[in-house]
Design a protein around this ligand. Structure first.
Ligand code: NAD
Length: 386
C-alpha cells in the first residue's frame, strides 16, 4: 500500500511540474491582437484535403468580393498557403511541416479547409491531427461556436475553454490501487482569464449585453470556483455587460426552456461543460449544416468548417458539388473576429436568405443539386441585392 501511494505521489509530482511549466509559458502571450491597430491584416487561406480546396476556393472568392476595397487599399492581404495536404505531411512525416508552419505563422488569421487525419488500417503513418498540432503551436485556447435559430429568437455564442479543466491531463489519471482511481482537473489563472476576456471582448464588439458563466462551482469548488471568480474579476472591466453565473445542471435545462432560453447571449465555460453544452445547443439548432467553428488564441485565430475532408466525394468525382455553407459560416465568423462587422452581417443575412428562406439554389452534395461554385455565386448575388 505504501509503495503504491509513493508511486502515485511521484506521478502526481510530475504532473504538477508539467502544469506549473505550462502556466508560466502561457504568460508569454500577453495581449490579444488588436486588428484595428494593424496596418495590414493577413488572412491565410489553407485549402487542406479532399473537398477542402474546392470549398476554400469559393470561400476565398466570397472573401475577396466582400473585402474588395480593403484588399485594394492594402488593409487586407489574402495569402494562399499550400502544403497542408496529407501527401505532403506524410512525405515530411510531420503533422504540419516546418515550412508550412512558418507560412501559417506569417498570417494573423486563418481560414482552414478540413485536413485528413491518418487512422488505424489506412496504411498511413500515425501523424497527429493537424488541428491538434495547430491548436497547441498557435495556442488556440478558445473554441467558439455560434448557435442560431432565428425563428425561435435564439442567438447564442459559446466560448469553451479548450486547453485545461478536466481535459488538460485527461490521459494522466492514476489508478492508485485496484480499488482507487483518481483523475485531475486543472485551472490556471491565465487559462481562466484569457477565456473570460475572449468572451467579454466578443460581447463588447458585437453589442451583446450578457455573458453567462456555466460551472459547478458549488461542488467542484477549487477549479470551477477559480474559473468563476476570475470571470467576476474580468467582468469588472466591462461595466456595460452583465455577468451571471449558472450551474451546468440547471443550464442543460435552461437551454430547452422556451420561456427563458432566448435571453441568453454569450456563454463562457470550462472545457468539460463546454463540450457537453455545445452538443446540446447544436442539437437544438437542428443540424450542423450552417455552423462554422473557430479556434481563437491571443495572437492567432483559425476558422474552419465543422465537417471533414469528405474523401469519398472526391473518389466518386462529385467534389464540385460539396456544400460550402459551413465554411461560409466560418468566413463570417472570421470577418466578425477581425472587426469587419458590416461585412460579417451582410454575409450572415445572405446565408440565412439563401439557406433558410429563398432556397433558389440548393446544394445536395450530389449531381442532382447545385455546384459549390453556383451556390457561391448565389450568395454573392444575394449580398449585392441586400
Ligand atoms: P466527413 O465530414 O468528411 O464526412 C461525413 C459525411 O458527410 C460523408 O458522407 C461526406 O461525404 C459528407 N460531407 C462532409 N462534408 C460535406 C460537404 N461540405 N458537402 C456535402 N457532403 C459533405 O467526416 P469523415 O468521413 O469522418 O472524415 C473524413 C476525414 O476528414 C478524416 O480523415 C477526418 O479525420 C477528417 N476530419 C477533419 C476535420 C478537420 O479538419 N477539422 C474534421 C472532421 C474530420
Amino acid at each position: 500500500m505504501e509503495a503504491k501511494i509513493k508511486e502515485a505521489t511521484k506521478k502526481f509530482e510530475e504532473l504538477l511540474r508539467g502544469q506549473l511549466e505550462r502556466a508560466e509559458k502561457m504568460k508569454e502571450n500577453k495581449d490579444f491582437t488588436d486588428y484595428n491597430a494593424l496596418d495590414k491584416i493577413v488572412i491565410g487561406i489553407v485549402p487542406g484535403d479532399g473537398i477542402g480546396p474546392i470549398i476554400l476556393r469559393e470561400a476565398e472568392r466570397v472573401l475577396r468580393f466582400l473585402l474588395e476595397d480593403k484588399v485594394k487599399s492594402g488593409k487586407v492581404e489574402l495569402k494562399n498557403i499550400d502544403g497542408l495536404t496529407i501527401e505532403n505531411r506524410v512525405a515530411k512525416l510531420k503533422s504540419i511541416p516546418d515550412d508550412v508552419m512558418d507560412k501559417i505563422k506569417s498570417c494573423h488569421v486563418l481560414l482552414k479547409g478540413p485536413t485528413t487525419t491518418p487512422s488505424k488500417g489506412d496504411g498511413l503513418p500515425n501523424l497527429e491531427s493537424a488541428n491538434v498540432t495547430m491548436r497547441k503551436e498557435l495556442d488556440l485556447f478558445a473554441n467558439v461556436r455560434p448557435v442560431k435559430v432565428p425563428e425561435k429568437n435564439i442567438d447564442w455564442t459559446f466560448f469553451r475553454e479548450n486547453t485545461e479543466g478536466s481535459y488538460a491531463v485527461g490521459s494522466k489519471g492514476i489508478n492508485v490501487t485496484d480499488d482507487v482511481a483518481v483523475d485531475f482537473c486543472i485551472a490556471t489563472t491565465e487559462g481562466c482569464e484569457r477565456i473570460a476576456r475572449a468572451a467579454f471582448e466578443f460581447a463588447k464588439n458585437n453589442g451583446k449585453k450578457r455573458v453567462s458563466a456555466v460551472t459547478k462551482a458549488n461542488i467542484i469548488k477549487t477549479t470551477d470556483g477559480k474559473f468563476l471568480d476570475i470571470c467576476k474579476e474580468v467582468a469588472k472591466d466591462y461595466p456595460d455587460i452583465t455577468l451571471d453565473s449558472w450551474y451546468v445542471d440547471i443550464m442543460t435545462a435552461n437551454l430547452i426552456n422556451e420561456d427563458i432560453r432566448s435571453s441568453f447571449e454569450v456563454f463562457v465555460l470550462p472545457n468539460l461543460y463546454g463540450d457537453i453544452i455545445t452538443d446540446e445547443a447544436a442539437q437544438i439548432q437542428g443540424g450542423v449544416g450552417t455552423a462554422g467553428s473557430s479556434n481563437i488564441g491571443k495572437k492567432y485565430a483559425m476558422f474552419e468548417a465543422i465537417h471533414g475532408s469528405a474523401p469519398r466525394m472526391i473518389e466518386e468525382g462529385i467534389g464540385e458539388y460539396a456544400n460550402p455553407s459551413s465554411i461560409f459560416k466560418a468566413t463570417e465568423m472570421l470577418l466578425r473576429h477581425i472587426g469587419f462587422i458590416n461585412e460579417a452581417n451582410k454575409l450572415d443575412e445572405a446565408l440565412n436568405k439563401c439557406i433558410e428562406i429563398e432556397k433558389k439554389v440548393v446544394v445536395t452534395g450530389n449531381k442532382d443539386g447545385a455546384t459549390t461554385k453556383e451556390f457561391a455565386d448565389y450568395v454573392m448575388q444575394t449580398v449585392k441585392a441586400l
